[in-house]
Structures are given as C-alpha cells and as structure tokens.
Design a binder for this molecule. Structure first.
Ligand SMILES: Cc1cc2nc3c(=O)[nH]c(=O)nc-3n(C[C@H](O)[C@H](O)[C@H](O)COP(=O)(O)OP(=O)(O)OC[C@H]3O[C@@H](n4cnc5c(N)ncnc54)[C@H](O)[C@@H]3O)c2cc1C
Length: 454
C-alpha cells in the first residue's frame, strides 16, 4: 500500500495514528496558499506552525522517514501526487467549512482515509437515544463521561514496517529545501516575516499543570493566577496528542488529584467541534433569535485597538494583540461587551479573534461567540449580560491583569478601575473615557433583542 500521510492538526510523531498505518509512506505538510493569503504577513501562527513543521521533519528523519513540505493549493498538489501511483491519502478529520470542502475535493482525486485524532470522541460516538446529536452540554457531558473508557487513552504505536516513498520535487510549486539532506527552510520563503510567539513546550506546560491541577476549579477564573494549562494552541496544532493529556490526567487521578474540572473543559472543546460537525451552518448563522447586531465602524475600531475606556475589555484586547492569547474569562467579558454593550455583530468579533488568536479554532471560537451573543445552540439567553466592572472587581480585584496590559493605568487605584462613575468623572492621561455607560447599553441591548425574538 502506497500512502500519503497528510499532517494538518497533528504536528508530532508521538501517539499519531498516521504513523501507525505502515507500508510505503510519504509524510507531507502543505502550507496552504488559500489560507495564507488571508493572513497578515507577520502572523504569529505561521511562525508557530513553521517551527512545529521543522521539528516534525527532524523527528521523522530520525525515524528513517522525512516530511515533504509543500506550498500551494492542496487540490493542485494532490492532482500532481495522484500521478505518482499512490493508493490513498490518510489524514485526521478537520471540521470547519473550508477544511471540509478542501477534503471533499481531494477525495475526488485519491481515496481519502479519515483517522480519528484531534478530539476525545468521534463526532457520532455520543448521541441521544434517538440517535440525534445533543444540543445541550450537560447531558452530552454526562453521556460522554459514562461512555469514556481506557480505549480513549490508548496511544498509537509507530509502525515498524513503514518505508519512505521517495519523490523528487520536479514540476511542482513547492517549498524547496536548500539542501536535500539538511534544513533549514525559512518563514520568509513563504512570504512571511518571523514572529515567533513566546510559548513553552507542551511538556513544560504539563509539568506546571501538575502543580495547578488541584486548585484549577477555583483559580481558573482569576486572571492574575497562573491556573490554566495554556495547552490550547498545542491541542489546536496537535503538538500534543489529546490522548497524552488524558493519560496525564489519569495518572494525576491515580495519585488522588481532582481532575474532573479540567477534563470537563476538554469535553467542552469536543462538544463545540461536535456541534460544528453536526450543524455546519453555525459557523456563520445564528441558531436562535434574529439578532444581527448594528454595524458601527467607530465602536469596532475602538474595541480592536483596546481603547473602549473599559479597562478589563481593553486589557484583554491588548493581551490578545501582543501575545495571541487571552484569558478565558476575559474572552467571555470581551465578547459580551462587544455583542451587548456595543451591539456589534458577533461575526465581526469572531473574525477579529480569528485573526489574532494563536489557538484559533473555528468550532471553539464561533460557538463561544454565539454563546456570548445569546444566539447559539446552548440555552444561554439573550438577557444574560456581563457587567464588565463587576467582573473585573471579582476576578481581578487588585487590577494586576489590567495594569499589566494597560500601563497608562498603572497609577490608578484598583478600586477606581472597577468603578464606571470614577472613570467617567476623571481624566486619565493617555486613556479614554468609557465609550458607553454599561447600564444604559445593557437596557438598549435588551430592548433591541426583545424586538427581534422569534
Ligand atoms: C469568545 C471566546 C472565544 C474562544 N475562542 C477559542 C478558540 O478560538 N480556540 C480555543 O482553543 N479556545 C477558545 N475559547 C475557549 C477558551 O477561552 C480557551 O480554550 C482557553 O482560554 C485556553 O486556555 P488554556 O489552554 O489555558 O485553557 P485551560 O483552562 O487549561 O483548559 C484546557 C483546555 O480545554 C479547552 N478549553 C478550555 N476552556 C474551553 C472553552 N470554554 N471552550 C472550549 N474549549 C475549552 C482548551 O482546549 C484548553 O486548552 C474561546 C472562548 C471564548 C469565550
């Protein structure tokens, strides 16, 4: 069997189902120009992926294989590879709209073998009694927990009987290696500039999580506590396997550590991918309410620059712009403020996050934005509106997080940063007054929604 192993969201050799198949194999990665052309030239994700691809190539070489790195339109690349006599292409599932379309087109050229890798459960593994998908998380979670078994932890072994299918790059749009035997490839050869985010290895993150796990449930909401794992971009690009994280949790559980709250978040991630798989239209359309938002470029611009005058919101946006990440609670506060206080279309906010998030994942991002907007499949109602000042008072009492990301506020008393009236009444050099009064904005949002209920 001659097989192309297409690495996408699984940039590692450990516990990778692709490498368990055996036979004559050609491992490949494609820098997809359809995706790249939509990105800023200094996009951090390109550097992150590039680094992971280079490591993967080195690791495969040590195992007697190699990784061919292509640059172009996947369909054109497969049209060429198909002429070389392959029997099939193997890849793990990817559920967003573009990925599905792309894979269908590739499957018209070569037999497409889907492997289950990125999530804990396969999309049709957890269904209701009537075989339809769950719409609400808690019953999904209860069923998932009951169904979860040792099988979901098993690691894929590296097949010993695999040999490299050798090809030359002739006649192709590819990223040529500078030497056939050696690295490096460069980010610049893709037309991007190097902008490597500061991220630790998954192993360092797991080691830190070991310390934080027992208090994860209570601490995860607080922005100034290093309580969460920061594994989201590794899970997104597969630089760690989801099963490796589950085995880590199983080991901690054996040692008596409370692991369920963390497990629940991983199942949340699964649930969002599951919903997008079963209801693909959610990527762009509301599930409930006719809320479309009010397009206002001025408010949108203030939000995107972290200049709304609402400290916790601006701190979150500035963290995102600088690091490519944002604390989960702050993502919720920002998305609520964006869709309710500013009444902007959730799709705009989703696109802004998609542009900057290092861990950007269509399922988690879209479904979380729909949750915040109150338009989603979950029971979250439109009238739940976060008060950003109460949120920051509760979860960033000393305003350490706010001051870290907004240096202009370093000398303002923490309690004043949680008080809308003070912010309206006092001038702070270099920092604007709030763009809206929360109470008035929330009332307007309620009225707006009520007029558009189904
Ligand atoms: C508006 C909004 C947009 C979001 N967009 C994304 C996105 O594009 N990509 C993304 O991975 N997450 C997204 N999230 C979910 C969450 O914010 C991040 O997964 C989390 O902040 C990552 O930090 P961590 O790895 O330290 O999480 P931890 O708390 O350590 O959680 C462990 C893992 O569980 C998963 N997880 C945790 N919380 C959630 C959640 N609420 N929903 C889904 N999965 C979760 C992540 O894979 C995470 O790495 C979004 C949340 C909101 C409110």
């Amino acid at each position: 069997m001659k097989r192309i192993l297409w690495f996408r969201r699984d940039l590692r050799i450990e516990d990778n189902p692709l490498l368990s198949l055996g036979g004559e194999v050609l491992p490949i990665f494609i820098f997809d120009t359809n995706i790249l052309e939509r990105l800023q030239r200094d996009d951090k994700r390109v550097s992150f992926i590039f680094g992971a691809v280079v490591k993967l190539k080195e690791a495969l070489r040590q195992m007697g294989l190699d990784l061919k790195v292509f640059f172009g339109d996947p369909v054109e690349i497969f049209a060429y590879l198909e002429t070389l006599g392959f029997d099939e292409v193997a890849a793990s599932g990817d559920y967003d709209a573009y990925a599905k379309q792309r894979d269908i087109r590739v499957s018209h050229l070569l037999h497409f073998r889907y492997l289950h890798d990125t999530y804990i459960f396969e999309p049709k593994e957890i269904l209701k009694e009537d075989k339809t998908p769950y719409l609400v998380f808690t019953p999904f979670y209860n069923k998932a927990k009951a169904h979860f078994s040792k099988q979901h932890l098993s690691a894929y072994a590296f097949a010993k009987d695999q040999q490299l299918f050798r090809i030359s790059y002739e006649g192709m749009t590819v990223l040529k290696e500078q030497k056939e035997t050696g690295l490096p490839l460069t980010v610049e050869s893709l037309g991007f500039s190097e902008n490597m985010p500061k991220v630790e290895t998954p192993q360092i993150k797991l080691n830190r999580l070991k310390e934080a796990l027992s208090s994860y449930q209570t601490n995860r909401e607080y922005m100034d506590k290093e309580a969460t794992s920061h594994l989201s971009c590794d899970l997104r690009f597969g630089t760690i396997s989801i099963r490796a994280v589950l085995r880590f949790l199983a080991e901690q559980k054996r040692q008596g550590v409370q692991t369920e709250p963390f497990f629940r978040q991983l199942v949340f991630r699964d649930f969002y991918a599951y919903l997008l798989y079963h209801f693909p239209y959610l990527e762009t359309e509301n599930y409930k309410y006719r809320f479309k938002g009010i397009k206002n470029e001025v408010k949108y611009d203030l939000f995107c620059r972290g200049m709304t005058g609402v400290p916790i919101v601006d701190a979150g946006v500035r963290e995102l712009l600088q690091t490519g990440l944002m604390h989960n609670r702050v993502r919720m506060i920002c998305a609520s403020f964006f869709t309710k206080d500013l009444l902007l279309p959730w799709q705009w906010g989703e696109a802004f996050f998609a542009k900057h998030l290092l861990d950007y994942d269509a399922a988690s991002n879209v479904l979380s934005w729909q949750w915040s907007a109150g338009t989603g499949i979950d029971p979250q109602p439109y009238f739940r509106i976060f008060n950003p000042y109460l949120q920051s008072k509760k979860f960033d009492k000393e305003a350490r997080y706010i001051k870290k990301w907004i240096p202009e506020l370093a000398f303002v008393k923490a309690k004043d940063l949680h008080d809308e009236n003070v912010l309206f009444e006092h001038y702070i050099e270099g920092y604007p007054k709030p763009v809206v009064r929360h109470k008035e904005a929330a009332l307007a949002a309620l009225a707006y929604f009520k007029g558009r209920l189904k």
